[in-house]
Design a protein around this ligand. Sequence first.
Ligand SMILES: [Zn+2]
Length: 444
Amino acid sequence: MAKKQEEEPVEVQLPPVTLTPMGAPDKQQDQANLLAAKQSPAFPIANGLLAHCLSRRGERVMLDYAAQGVAVRFEIDGVWMNGDPLDRQTGDAALAVYKKITNLNVQDRRSKQNGKFGVEFSGGKYVASFTSQGVATGERVVITFKPKKPKFTKIEDLGMRDKMRAKLKEQLDADSGFIIVSAPPGGGLSTTWNLTLETADRLMRDFVATEDKDNKEDEVINVSAKYYDRAAGQSPADLLPQMILKEPDVLVVPELTNAETVTLLCEQINKYQKQAYTKVNAKEAAEALLKVFAYKGPAAELAKAVTAVLNVRLIRKLCDQCKQPFQPPPQLLQKLGIPAGRVQVLYQEYKPPPPEQLVDEKGNPIVPPICQKCGGIGYFGRTGLFELLVIDDQIRAALSAQPNLETIKRVAKAAGHRSIQEEGILQVAQGVTSINELQRVLKQ
Ligand SMILES: [Zn+2]
């Protein structure tokens, strides 16, 4: 690994951040808010936190306000990392900057407040969602960056292999059936959902979607959306009858919401050979199936309608600049189910040597070298561990008779279905990720 010659504070090298105020009733007020924010002595600090996070490819900044100070954390590739804490006065002033540019109430430190502002950094444009909420210890602030241009445009970009993509495409483009997309909370569900829709053939078929007006999905070309008002007690079932009149080929319902919706979709699939797609938070395909059954729609009809479940778990990739090879002991390979002789080395994340080894020839302490690429995290970027469960008659029978996790998993395994864990071990064997990381992801 290349040794960094001169240690400079990271912030010094960071490009500037440009903020766009949002949330005021008009542009003048937005500009006045920005002007006021810029006059704050904490403006560079507030900017620096955002720049620091984005420079490390971070997705979120979390600030925890307590009496003694402000804890700063950055979420990088789905894992929270500690940043340098701020003193309370500086933290308060930085928070006032964020609340100003989102047109929120600076004085209110208790109520939940939501807002948005625009960020430009190093050629990238983001919409930052801001949330603050009073908690027992003080106040918690989360800023989430959403890139204006999606990071991934094809499902292969997320690590899906060609063979699985072909199988998924076959399911997506079938004449009828019910497709479920799932991922754990905060684990890439919306990205996978968008990329699944991108994979489907939307040119030759009519896609219509029904979404909650307060929870709109990202736009996908050739999918026209109609909105219901969930807060007012509406559900997709209120819009579907009208949408069905136009005889669309595919009904896209991101949130099933209730039994009535499931009933309507099953009828369209089983009686009129239509397709429906939905998504749900789940850790594995079998769990996703059960969650859809939990809406208490007609179980027999649903078992007949479901055709495939695509589940994803995001796993961090080892940084290719600093990953460390090691020879796996035979017992470890056996435990992982990797046949003897198949792999010579596995990889693990870089760990700095213990402090007693961090000395030069003369015994003077030295600063451990930091990998330029990953900043010493040992991981860089994420990939998807995909599980595509195609529902066959055995699984249908199990769903009708004994809809429980273990039964469905057992039946799926017997049919040759590869689990997320097996998929993960494959990635470990290929040196893409580490055993530690796989364990972390499987434990979630
Ligand atoms: Zn590295």
